[in-house]
Write a protein that binds this ligand. Structure first.
Ligand SMILES: *Cc1c(COP(=O)(O)O)cnc(C)c1O
Ligand SMILES: [Zn+2]
Length: 432
């Protein structure tokens, strides 16, 4: 099977434009250093000549590998073989293929034609990060590395630990000591070497980079490894296919480092370049008010960012120094989208609102995108004709403590009808 590696023409620095031959361990630009993120370049003409939407429609396996000609991995080994009936050679083969769920009640509430929720919490380890970690593990194998490492606020690490377990590779993980316990549990259960760093995510990031250089480990760090975006873009390839190749008007996604939003842009860009989708959607980046570096840069119309100390309940987007800033800013600017800030109170309120409106239970960072939809509606920025996609990036089960802050307590009763009856009357009074 042909993969994106067969069509990859090179890697280009997003800052200075220098080109490099593709190599799994070429992470950043030689001249620009860590600020010079590399972007994979494809020969779209050749891809379009070898592959079309009908061929894709004939593949009954929904996992992300259906888009192999756009994924820069070596010819998928046995564990990526296509299996429509659901028996799978490995967990790696199950990543992606998440549902796009219609939310007509939410659409009516915010006054638009259609709202769709892309429920990416339904990936194997519960977040969109599986898409990136699956590709990173294959790149590590291509580089013949024995160890793969990452720093993460939690989900990228859980995804890497899970995907490394899927192929039997050793993973070394650096997370802030404050990471939610469900995410730390995932790391330990999947058998990764886990280091809880007494510092911020940004400090864990720098430590991981230094360790990768020191010990020769393959580094998956977000906004440093150029292949994570290539995995994450599969979310947009799926959205395009799920909407019958009709571009949505707006796509909303929460933003920390800016790597997911860069992937969202790249996936739609690929479809646009192939001629499969007529136009790009407007892309909206939603940030927590306490972690709003990209909002500030976007407002100031600059690609130079000013790091802050981030504080937000949405741990997955708590980033003081976004590592994929240039691309993340361009994704919004070039598509006519916006950066939007939402407060922690709005993020927490969005959790039950999204769960009740569309039966999707998202973690705070996932619900933040939906809080952004409410915020845009509140200031009259939506159009009645709009078809909007909100990406719910992570599962609510990742952070139960925050979810519980957004809802009341359940009533405690004796195991008797009398006790239930008294409790029901109490509810009735509240409802009246
Ligand atoms: C990582 C993550 C984000 C933000 O992605 P960035 O690439 O850091 O912008 C949003 N939501 C969830 C659930 C995440 O895990
Ligand atoms: Zn450069």
């Amino acid at each position: 099977m042909m993969t994106g590696l067969d069509y990859l023409t090179g890697m280009r620095c997003l800052r200075c434009g220098r080109g490099y031959p593709p190599a799994p361990t070429r992470y950043v630009c030689e001249v620009c250093g860590d600020d010079g993120n590399l972007d994979a370049q494809y020969d779209y003409r050749r891809i379009a000549a070898d592959w079309d939407r009908d061929a894709l429609a004939g593949d009954a396996d929904p996992a992300m590998w259906r888009y192999a000609p756009l994924l820069p991995v070596t010819a998928p080994p046995a564990y990526l073989s296509r299996s429509p009936l659901g028996s799978k050679p490995s967990t790696l083969a199950t990543v992606g293929g998440t549902p796009l769920i219609a939310a007509p009640r939410i659409a009516a509430e915010v006054g638009v034609r259609e709202v769709w929720i892309k429920d990416d919490g339904r990936n194997p380890t519960g977040s969109l990060k599986d898409r990136a970690s699956a590709v990173a593990v294959l790149k590590a194998q291509e580089a013949e590395a024995r160890v793969i490492t990452t720093a993460s606020s939690g989900n990228a690490a859980a995804a890497l630990a899970g995907m490394a377990a899927a192929v039997g590779m050793r993973a070394v993980i650096f997370v802030p000591a404050t990471a939610p316990s469900a995410k730390v549990a995932q790391l330990l259960v999947f058998g990764a070497d886990v280091y809880l760093v007494e510092g911020t995510y940004d400090q864990a990031f720098d430590l991981c980079l230094a360790a990768a250089r020191e010990y020769g480990w393959y580094c998956r760090n977000t906004g440093y490894n150029p292949y994570t975006v290539e995995g994450k873009k599969s979310v947009s390839l799926e959205i395009g296919e799920q909407l019958g190749w009709q571009a949505p008007d707006r796509v909303l996604v929460s933003v920390g480092d800016g790597n997911i939003i860069s992937g969202v842009w790249k996936g739609f860009h690929d479809l646009h370049q192939l001629g499969w989708m007529e136009r790009m959607p407007r892309i909206y980046g939603i940030q927590a008010a306490g972690s709003d570096v990209l909002c500030t840069a976007w407002e100031a119309e600059t690609e130079t960012i000013t790091p802050i100390v981030a504080h937000t309940v949405a741990d997955s987007i708590s980033v003081g120094q976004p590592r994929d800033a240039v691309r993340a800013l361009r994704a919004v600017r070039t598509t006519g989208g916006e950066y939007v800030r939402v407060g922690d109170d709005e993020i927490l309120a969005a959790i039950p609102s999204l769960a009740r409106g569309a039966a999707v239970f998202a973690e705070p960072s996932g619900a933040a995108a939906y809080a952004g939809l409410r915020a845009l509606a509140a200031v009259g920025k939506l159009d009645p004709d709009d078809r909007i996609v909100v990406i719910a990036t992570g599962s609510g089960l990742k952070d139960i403590a925050s979810a519980m802050k957004s809802v009341g307590q359940a009533a405690r009763i004796e195991p008797s009808l009398g006790s239930l009856d008294r409790a029901l009357r109490l509810v009735a009074q509240v409802v009246d």
